[in-house]
Structure formats: C-alpha cells, structure tokens
Design a protein around this ligand. Structure first.
Ligand SMILES: *Cc1c(COP(=O)(O)O)cnc(C)c1O
Length: 230
C-alpha cells in the first residue's frame, strides 16, 4: 500500500530540515535550494501529496508515465521531465511537461524547439551534462557542453535555465562532490562566456544531496526520502 499523506508530510519536514542544515554548513540561503519531489513509479497520489504540501512541481523520468498521471493530479502543479528523452517522444514531452531537464544532444534541441514552436510556447530546458564520466549515464560530454549551449541559445522556442547532472553510483562522497563541483565550474565558465545566467544547477538526490548543496545545487530531485523505496 502507498504511504499516507501524514507520513509524506513528516518526511518532507525532515528532508527540508536536512536541506536547511546543509545550507547552514555551506553558508547558503535555504531559499536558493528548491526541492523537486520525484514521483516516478508511485501512484498519482504522490503528486497530489506534493501539491497539498505546497510544492510547485514534481519530477518524472518517463514521458508516458507523466502523461498518464498529470490529468489525475491538481491542475496548478508543474511537471518536469528528469529522465532520458528520445527524439521520437520529444513532441509528447513538449506538450505535457513544463520543463525538460534531460536535454543532452543537438538533435534533441532541434526537435524540442520545433515542437515548442508548433505549440506556440517557449519551453524551459536544462542541459544534462555527464560530469561523473559514468559510461552508464546519459548526458552530454563536458567537452561538448559549450557547443550544446550555443545551439540552444540560438533556438527561439527554448529557454535555457541551467544545467543538470546525475551523481555517480559510487558511495564515496568525495566522488559525488567532484562530480557536482565540475558541473558548477562548467556552468560558471559557460555563463561568463555566453552572458546567459544559467541560474539552475539541478543536482543531488536522496543519497547525495548534501554533497550537491555544498557545491551549489539550486534544485535537489528527491524520490526515496519522500515516498519510500521503489
Ligand atoms: C529517480 C531519480 C531521482 C530521485 O532519486 P532518489 O534516489 O529516489 O531520490 C532523481 N533524479 C533522477 C534523474 C531520477 O531518475
């Protein structure tokens, strides 16, 4: 059986305290670090809990799952795609998601731009960069990030909010920190060169959110600590 709302709400309290403690350690304002509840594999109630608790958005990693759950969920809630996106699903994703965090190729940028144009909207995106050099992970190579950004900035129907990465599987916190520091350094370099603010750094999940916040995360994506194991 799925958890009840009180359980979710207590876990959210604990998680927000964990984020606030880490911000205190880092000397950062907790208002700079948003929490994105990740509802993947959980019933539509997971998104309803998030909305009831005052979260503005939820994350899903598969297009089809978001498309199915969104109509059963509160209307004002925003939906973000955080999982790998294939070009043939890009139109569907642009139609049903408010932001796509997993944009990792020029081809995908082109397809999303065309879809957003057809929908008459400007679609917010994050560029996913594989700063952990993990061969099993999606995301553009760090060396290609500049070219990807230049392409994205030239497309009229996309708005680049920043960068996203997924931490390495290793449970060595030093490895996670290096991965997150590298994303921040890439962001700082690209922002200075392009003049685009690239404010958002989406990094950190249940197991590595402290390392991510210490390295500048503005958005932690959390499933397990809120909803339990999948
Ligand atoms: C599932 C998922 C998360 C949440 O992971 P937890 O470890 O359950 O917090 C975050 N980001 C992405 C891209 C995911 O696929």
């Amino acid at each position: 059986m799925f958890i009840d709302y009180e359980t979710f709400s207590h876990r959210a309290d604990a998680l927000l305290a964990r984020i606030a403690d880490t911000c205190a350690t880092a000397g950062r304002n907790p208002a700079e670090v948003a929490l994105l509840p990740v509802t993947k594999t959980h019933p539509a109630a997971a998104a309803e809990y998030a909305a009831r608790r005052g979260f503005a958005a939820v994350g899903e990693n598969r297009v089809q799952e978001g498309v199915e759950k969104r109509p059963q969920s509160p209307a004002g809630l925003r939906w973000e795609l955080i999982g790998h996106l294939q070009s043939n699903k890009a139109k569907l994703a642009a139609t049903h998601f408010d932001r796509i965090q997993s944009v990792d190729s020029e081809k995908l940028l082109g397809v999303l731009n065309r879809a957003a144009g057809e929908l008459g909207r400007k679609l917010p995106v994050l560029l996913q960069i594989n700063t952990g050099d993990d061969p099993a992970k999606f995301g553009a190579e760090p060396a290609d990030a500049g070219r990807l950004l230049d392409t994205a900035l030239a497309l009229p129907h996309l708005q680049v909010d920043g960068l996203m990465t997924i931490g390495p599987l290793s449970d060595d916190p030093a490895v996670a920190r290096r991965t997150f520091a590298r994303l921040r350094e890439i962001r700082d370099g690209l922002a200075a060169r392009s003049g685009a603010p690239l404010r958002e750094l989406s990094m950190g999940m249940t197991g590595d959110l402290e390392a991510a916040i210490l390295e500048g995360s503005t958005l932690v994506r959390v499933g397990t600590a809120l909803y339990g194991a999948r």
